[in-house]
Design a protein around this ligand. Structure first.
Ligand code: IPE
Ligand code: IPE
Ligand code: MG
Length: 255
């Protein structure tokens, strides 16, 4: 059974409620131009701005962006430091703007490995924007799908040990409620730019019934038109969640 918040038609107009993106290809974008990878990451931030604006226009509810994976620490230390600096600078420059545009900012991932200053900035951004309603932007940083499941299992286990929970009560909905995305609808549309067709430890549990879309476009080149194309592809799909196509067309489907 898909979880309660999954649905066949996410909204009346077929626009996905929740879009989750692996923003890949920054490095290759720069290398193609004989420039350092850093330039690609900077260009990637500009692409984020445009995509956020378009999601607001299209009334998408949640946009989750994979910015730094738990595996990205394996990159050369100079690139990791640069990404951290760019992350901090972007938060400095953008939080007020996001707030003025009624956008709610959230972060998922293990923050404990970040500098205190960065952790502080992240929670300030969340607090400042928490009541905004135009769009929720979720930034996945030091995030891994396996980490998310482990932290959920730890939290559930604590409750079992404290006698607040019976092991028999552990079901899919309970696990979902302990993930870092607990209060968000599951992603309807997953997009990965940059040509690779893999999930790279992104939202492993949450993507169970998400529509997948892969494009060769490198992230800095991914613009409004590219997003429109992805949404168009999404609109043309029939989400069956295990039912038959006839059931879905007959609208006899209850999830
Ligand atoms: C994605 O672009 C951004 C991060 C992982 C931070 P990449 O840096 O992975 O770009 P490519 O895949 O090397 O081109
Ligand atoms: C995935 O991209 C992570 C982010 C976009 C933040 P990677 O470029 O790190 O993925 P792999 O290593 O090629 O799978
Ligand atoms: Mg990459």
């Amino acid at each position: 059974m898909p979880s309660d918040n999954a649905c066949i038609n996410p909204t009346d107009n077929g626009i996905p409620r929740h879009i989750a993106i692996i923003m890949d290809g920054n490095g290759r974008w720069a290398q193609k131009r004989f420039m350092p990878r850093a330039v690609g990451h900077q260009a990637g931030v500009k692409a984020v701005r445009k995509i956020v604006e378009h999601c607001v226009r299209e009334r998408v509810e949640v946009l989750t962006l994979f910015a730094f994976s738990s595996e990205n620490w394996r990159r050369p230390p100079e690139e990791v430091s640069l990404l951290m600096e760019l992350f901090m600078a972007t938060l400095h420059a953008e939080i007020d703007k996001l707030h003025r545009n009624n956008i709610r900012l959230r972060f998922i991932g293990d923050r404990s490995r970040f500098s205190e200053a960065l952790q502080k900035k992240m929670s300030e951004g969340e607090t400042q924007t928490r009541n905004n309603t135009a769009l929720t932007v979720v930034i996945a940083v030091n995030y891994g799908g396996r980490w998310d499941l482990c932290q959920a299992f730890r939290a559930v286990n604590q409750k079992v040990l404290a006698g607040e929970l019976n092991p028999q009560d552990i079901d899919e909905s309970l696990v979902s409620r302990h993930l870092s995305t607990a209060d968000l609808p599951e992603p309807d549309l997953f997009i990965r730019t940059g040509g690779e067709q893999r999930v790279s430890n992104f939202l492993l549990w949450q993507l169970a019934y998400t529509e997948l879309y892969f494009t060769d476009t490198l992230w800095p080149d991914f613009d409004q038109k590219s997003l429109e194309q992805a949404i168009l592809s999404f609109k043309g799909r029939q989400r069956r969640f295990g039912h038959t196509g006839e059931q879905v067309l007959g609208k006899a489907v209850t999830l």
